[in-house]
Design a protein around this ligand. Structure first.
Ligand code: SF4
Ligand code: SF4
Length: 430
């Protein structure tokens, strides 16, 4: 049966003008991801050929362009126009600081439907500290520019220890800036973010408090609000949330957002370093249906094996488990760090997984979200966690690496053995 996802994500460039603390770009690690020094890119004719082929073979109706920072690519507007002329909905994920007002206007005019831009805090100093730049003023200006050019915006909050106190004010600011929706994602560890887990990753109690503030603000401002990165219901009681919608992992299903990197490699999602194969060499359907994709789909942490809702929850984010522990079926940091509380609750006979009705409302990332916006906020991304990493490799951000040879799931061992096979595009595609 062919896999028919709604959308694809295209990382047009690995280059970025910022170096955000929370960035999950897969090449932001010393993992050997095949983007070289991040300057390796396809020429524009090859990009068009690649995207036309991917769209034809997958049957998607939407392509979201991200990076790196997409506005660093000279031909971004031309490529947006090319996709729009194919009748596709085109989304953009950008940091707001590359490309000026004119380029944003041109992007909207060319066909960019919804533009996702981070608004990390209402406090300039916090937004700038999280992005390690002076991004706040430009990001807020671009949110306004897109609206005044007739486009739609999604303000993205990456929820961390640094900005969780300010969520309510940040959503109010998004409303004042005219944002059409807010995506509030808990910090999902990967890439550069792996180096900052202790300073960024909130506890379940902190996350709950911030999400409740977000829900109150969304109610106050009548703002559509989504939490796309999975929040495990054994860690946060989702029954408290009447308005907010929560996502679960759609990777490698027809609800997923398969991601194409700057060289044409296809991955399960933008957070995952796993390469399913290269689209210049193989058909989309062959890659989406291959053994690595099936293993990705089936992966669950051993800790969750006797949980009644494991097939829906799937233990949270597989890519974060993969980026931090080397195994897609391992425990992602938010679960690994807090699972003792779950174990205790289990021992005490507590009912786990409260709030599934709230969760079920949005079963998958895409449900209830703006049509063109169905990706986790990205824009910093992960790291490739090389399967080759040796046992006992250094801990990063307090997250212990997974030992692939004693992996909890025998399928993962098989899978890991064959993963991340790099299929470089032919020379004429470079
Ligand atoms: S599947 Fe795992 S993470 Fe999800 S609710 Fe159950 S125990 Fe928690
Ligand atoms: S692996 Fe994580 S980032 Fe990727 S689709 Fe699943 S939940 Fe989202």
């Amino acid at each position: 049966m062919p896999i028919r996802p709604q959308s694809l994500l295209f990382e047009i460039t690995a280059r970025c003008n910022l170096n955000c603390l929370y960035c999950y770009n897969v090449w932001k690690d010393d993992c050997g991801y095949p983007c070289g020094d991040c300057s390796a890119e396809l020429d524009t004719a090859s990009i068009k050929r690649l995207l036309a082929k991917a769209v034809r073979e997958s049957g998607v109706s939407q392509v979201t362009i991200t990076g790196g920072e997409p506005f660093l690519h000279d031909d971004l507007v031309e490529i947006i126009g090319y996709l729009a002329k194919m009748g596709l909905a085109v989304g953009l994920i950008a940091n707001g600081t590359a490309g000026g007002e004119r380029m944003y206007r041109d992007a909207v005019k060319a066909g960019a439907g919804i533009v996702e831009i981070p608004l990390l805090s209402s406090e300039r100093a916090i937004h700038n500290a999280m992005t390690r730049g002076t991004a706040f003023d430009l990001a807020t200006e671009r949110l306004v520019d897109v609206k005044s050019a007739g486009g739609r915006t999604c303000a993205v909050i990456v929820l961390t220890k640094m900005n969780m106190h300010d969520v309510r004010e940040t959503i109010a600011m998004a409303a004042v800036l005219g944002a059409d929706s807010v995506m509030i994602n808990r910090f999902n560890v990967g890439g550069e973010g792996r180096r900052h887990v202790d300073e960024l990753l909130p506890s379940p109690a902190e996350l709950t408090a911030a999400l409740l503030e977000a829900e109150a603000a969304a109610e106050e401002w009548q703002m559509p609000i989504f939490s796309s990165v999975p929040v495990q219901p054994c860690l946060v009681d989702l029954s408290q949330f009447k308005r907010m919608r929560f996502g679960t992992c759609p990777a490698c299903t027809d609800k997923g957002y398969y991601t194409i990197d700057p060289l044409g490699n296809l991955r399960p999602c933008n957070h995952s370093p796993t390469i399913l194969g290269n689209l210049f060499e193989s058909d989309f359907q062959a890659l989406a249906g291959n053994v690595a994709a099936a293993a990705y789909r089936a992966a669950r942490p051993a800790f969750c094996s006797d949980c009644a809702i494991v097939d829906d929850c799937q233990g949270g984010c597989k890519a974060a488990a993969e980026a931090c522990g080397g195994c897609v079926g391992g425990e992602e940091p938010f679960l690994a760090r807090n699972k003792e509380s779950v174990r205790k609750k289990r021992e005490q006979g507590h009912k786990l997984g409260l709030g599934l009705e709230a969760w079920g409302r949005s079963k998958r990332h895409t449900a209830g979200r703006p049509a063109e916006s169905n990706v986790h906020y990205v824009h910093s991304v992960h790291s490739v966690q090389s399967a080759r990493r040796s046992e006992g490799a250094p801990r990063m951000g307090g997250v212990k690496r997974h030992d692939k040879d004693s992996c909890c799931n025998p399928d993962h061992r098989r899978y890991r053995g064959g993963r991340n096979v790099h299929h470089p595009p032919p020379n004429d595609h470079r």
